[in-house]
Design a protein around this ligand. Structure first.
Ligand code: CP
Length: 309
């Protein structure tokens, strides 16, 4: 039986390096398969999605992934159009959806929501983003993109810049990078450094530097992972205004980068990367978003098939 069969995916901390490598190799396999072969992987299976926060990439790439491997998908993309609006609980909503589908994906603004829902669901549940806590399938696609674009992860110098306090993708990425031998440099305004309650877990896997200045590191980086300042998670708009626009990756920064360095971003992007960077060979964020369809297809294929595919 494969390790992922019927397994919940709540935190990337629950996966070891060997398991991550299985997902990457299965993703490569899906990319190489004939479409008729791919459609057998989830034939007759259904993905139920429950999104209580806005999403473009995560929800649609899960749906695209399920279609790619021959399954179907349906769900709630807006809580206001569901019986949640009438007061139905998350627990009951999850139970109902588990009865209609073979695998669930949940996005919710509360930390702990996915682990709670997974305890209730009789079907495997994937965390599609829980509060400021984690976004494990984003990290899987980020690590896959690094591996694909740089042909390795070990040995790289990786800068992560922006909102490191509220950006949940950063936490999952740091936990995932803990499986590799990498130099990590965290760059953020002082008020948006990574949360102290997470540093113990992050430091179990890797060591890192913290700085407010990108200039210190930019010439040495192999990967620059840019994040959006998460306005919606600030308790106080005034605090957001103080850090808005702290870093903007433009042509001036590009000129300082190594020729083969790559820029990633989980997206959505606001003004932290200038649109004129998009045509640069360094810009890999749209490719990264596209890889998400294939990494999610691989993960779904493994969860749904006892002996893999
Ligand atoms: N990267 C990401 O989670 O994007 P969405 O919020 O659009 O799903």
């Amino acid at each position: 039986m494969n390790d992922f069969f019927n397994k919940d995916i709540i935190s990337i901390q629950d996966l070891d390096k060997a398991q991550l490598e299985v997902i990457y190799s299965e993703t490569d396999k899906i990319l190489e398969m004939e479409s008729s072969q791919r459609r057998e992987i989830a034939r007759g299976k259904a993905l139920g999605y429950l999104f209580f926060e806005p999403s473009t990439r995560t929800r649609l790439s899960f749906q695209a992934a399920m279609a790619l491997i021959g399954g179907t998908s349906f769900g709630i993309a807006d809580a206001n159009s569901s019986s949640i609006q009438k007061g139905e609980s998350l627990a009951d909503t999850v139970k109902i959806m588990a009865g209609y589908s073979d695998v669930l994906v949940l996005r919710n603004s509360l930390d702990g929501s996915s682990r709670y829902a997974a305890e209730i669901s009789e079907k495997p549940l994937i965390n599609g983003g829980s509060g400021t806590e984690e976004h494990p399938t984003q990290a899987i696609q980020d690590l896959y993109t690094i591996r694909k674009e740089k042909q390795k992860i070990d040995g790289l110098k990786i800068g992560i810049i922006g909102d490191l306090k509220y950006g949940r993708t950063v936490y999952s990425l740091l936990y995932g990078l803990g499986n590799y031998d990498v130099d990590v440099h965290l760059i953020s305004p002082e008020s948006l450094k990574i949360r102290s309650d997470s540093t113990y877990d992050i430091k179990k896997g890797l060591s890192y530097t913290e700085s407010t200045s990108l200039d210190e590191y930019i010439e040495d980086l192999d990967v620059l992972y840019v994040t959006r300042i998460q306005k919606e998670r600030f308790p106080d708009e005034e605090e957001y205004m103080k850090v808005k626009g702290s870093y903007v990756i433009g042509q001036d920064i590009i000129k300082k980068m190594k020729d083969d360095a790559i820029i990633l971003h989980p997206l959505p992007r606001l003004d932290e990367i200038s649109s004129d960077v998009d045509s640069s060979p360094h810009a890999k964020y749209f490719k990264q978003a596209e890889y998400g369809k294939f990494t999610r297809a691989a993960l779904l294929g493994l969860i749904l098939n006892k002996d893999g595919f």
